[in-house]
Design a protein around this ligand. Structure first.
Ligand code: COA
Length: 153
């Protein structure tokens, strides 16, 4: 297993990988700034970084993050192929992203997920994130979005 940043070399494989997992993300009900853009624009936005987990030359997981989102670090997204879930990969990758965001000088890291996503809520709590806000009826099925923050020492 190794980690690699998204690059020209693996971008087409990443698009296929992402297409296979994107249905597992519960969409926002209203305005989602990323939806205005094409997937390519999203991938090349200035502060967006993508770290991939590679197993036997295949992308099995990713995490997107922003090193400076309104003066904070942001863990934008994380996801794995189904058969790689529930085996500790997510926690390991998220820890790596947290340490990158910390090295970039951030004292605060924010992230978000939806109400019924207990896997990601558990993962964020294990990393020390605390829920600080709920946005009600924020997803297409009426679920709330939970906002989490991690304060670094
Ligand atoms: C969310 C996700 C990235 C978590 O990664 P993962 O590799 O499955 O998680 P891990 O195996 O590292 O587990 C982390 C913790 O969550 C728990 N967990 C994993 N899957 C779970 C599930 N379906 N329900 C409840 N808890 C779960 C694990 O048990 C572990 O806690 P533990 O150490 O107390 O047992 C992964 O499940 C995924 O890709 N989901 C689909 C996309 C998604 O929802 N992304 C997050 C959007 S914010």
């Amino acid at each position: 297993m190794k980690y690699e940043k998204l690059s020209e070399k693996n971008i087409s494989e990443f698009k296929k990988f992402f297409n296979s997992i994107k249905k597992d993300f519960l969409q926002f009900r209203k305005f989602d700034p990323h939806r205005r853009k094409t997937f390519e624009d999203y991938l090349t936005s200035p502060n967006l970084n993508i770290l991939l987990e590679i197993e036997k030359n295949k992308i099995v997981g990713y995490s997107a993050y922003d090193t400076n989102y309104k003066g904070r670090g942001k863990l934008i997204g994380i996801g794995f192929l189904r058969k790689y879930r529930g085996k500790g990969h997510g926690l390991k990758l998220a820890k790596k992203v947290v340490s990158i965001l910390k090295c970039a000088g951030n004292k605060d890291i924010v992230t978000r997920t939806w109400e019924s996503n207990s896997a990601s809520q558990k993962l964020f709590k294990q990393l020390g994130f605390k829920k600080y806000r709920t946005i009600k009826n924020d997803r297409i099925n009426g679920e709330s979005t939970f906002l989490f923050r991690l304060k670094l020492k």
